[in-house]
Design a protein around this ligand. Sequence first.
Ligand code: TRP
Length: 451
Amino acid sequence: MAQTKSIHGEWSSRFAYILAATGSAVGLGNIWKFPYITGENGGGAFVLVYLACVLAIGIPIMIAETMMGRRGRQSPINTLSTLSQEANANKNWHYLGWLGVIAGILILSYYSVIAGWAIAYVFKAIFGGFSADAAIVKSSFDDLIASPWQLLFWHSLFMIATISVVMRGVKGGLEKAVQLLMPALLVILLILVAYAMTTGEYYFQGLSFMFSPDFSEIDSDAILTAMGHAFFTLGLGMGAIMVYGSYLPSGVSIVKTSLYIAGADTVVALLAGIAIFPLVFANGLEPGSGPGLIFQTLPIAFGNMTGGWLFGILFFVLLVFAALTSSISLVEPMVAWLVENKELSRVKASVMSGVFIWALGVAVAFSFNIWSGFKIFDKTIFDFLDYLTANLMLPIGGFCIAFFAGWIMQQKDVKDELDLPEQQYKTWKFLACYIAPAAVFIVFLHVLGLF
Ligand code: TRP
C-alpha cells in the first residue's frame, strides 16, 4: 500500500491546490511564449492545433501525472520507484523521474533569464515610463538583451526570488500570494484586451490572425511546437504536477481540478494573444519577431494609454509573479528528491539546486549577446534548450507518463485514485492509453520525416 501522506506536507485545501497548480501552469508560457510562437507559426491554424493538443493530449496526461503523484506521495523519482514496485514492473521506471528533474533544471535555466527581462521591465516602467513610439520601445529592448551584465543581474535576482520561496516550503507564502495575484493578473489582461479593442480595424486584424486558420502555414515543425507548447504551458511531462499532486489531500477530485487548471491556463493564453496582436499590427511590427514580442509591443500600449504608467508597472509585476509561481514548480521535484534521499534540509536542498541552475542560466544570458555566435545544431544556447526541453523532453516524458498510468499501473489502483463513474474512467483511459501516446508518437514520426 502506498503512503497516505507526503513527508513534505500537504496543501491546506482543494482551493489552495488549484491555485498553486494554476500558478504553475500560468506563467511566461502563456503571456510571453504563446504569442510569439503563434506569431512565428502563422496564427490561426497553429492556435487550433495547440488547442487540440491541450484537449486530447494535455488534459488526459495532466490527470495521469497528478494521479501518479498522489498515489506515490513522494518526489517523482521515488514515486516512480514505489509505483513500479506496486505494479511489479521494471525498476528502471524511476529514470523517468530523472528525465523530469533534468528537464526542470534545463527549463528553469532559461525561464529565469526571461523572467529577468520582466523584472527589468518593472524598473523601466517605474523609472522611465514607456514611450508610445514603437521604434524607441524596440531599441530599448535591444539594448537590454545586448548587455550581458544586465541580463546576468536580473537573472540572478529572479533565481534568488525563486529559491527564497521554495526554501520556505510551498505552503507558507505562496498559497496566499497566488490567491491575490492570479485574479489581479486576469484583470490587467482584460484591461489590455480592452485597450486592444480601441485599435479598431487592427483589433479585428489581430483576431483574424489568431482565429482564422490557414493550414498552409502548418508544417511538421509547427505541429511539434504546438504539441510541445501544450506540455509546457500546462507544466506537464517533467514531474512538476506530479509533485504537486503528491501534496494533494485524498478525496479531492483530480479530474475536476485538472479541468479547471487547464481551462484557466488556456483562457489566459488566448487573452494574451488578443491583447498583443492588434498592437503588433497597429504599429507595423512583425508577428514573427520572436522572443522579444511582448516586450516590444505592450510597452507601446502603456505609453499611449491614460494611466499607462501605473498599468505598465502592475503588468510587469504580475508577469514576474506569474513566472515565480511557475518557476518554483520547476525546482520542486529536485528539491523534494534531495530532501528525501540526501537527507538535506529543505533550505540546503533549495540553495544547492538554485546555484546549479543559476550557473547554467549564465550561459543562456550570454547566448543573447557575447555568445550569440555559439551554436548547437544551428541554434543558440537559448533556442537549443527551449527546443530540447519543450519539444522533445516534455512530450517524451508525457508519453511515458501516459503509458505508465494506462498500461503499467494496476487499474484498480488508478480507479481508486481517480474515483470516477465507470463511463468517465473509460473515456480517460481511452485518451491516456491510446490517443495521447499515439498522438505524441505520430508527431515524432512526422518530424523525423518517416511519413
Ligand atoms: N507552465 C509554465 C508556463 O507556462 C512553465 C512551467 C511550470 C513548466 N512548470 C512546468 C513547464 C513544468 C514545463 C514543465 O510558464
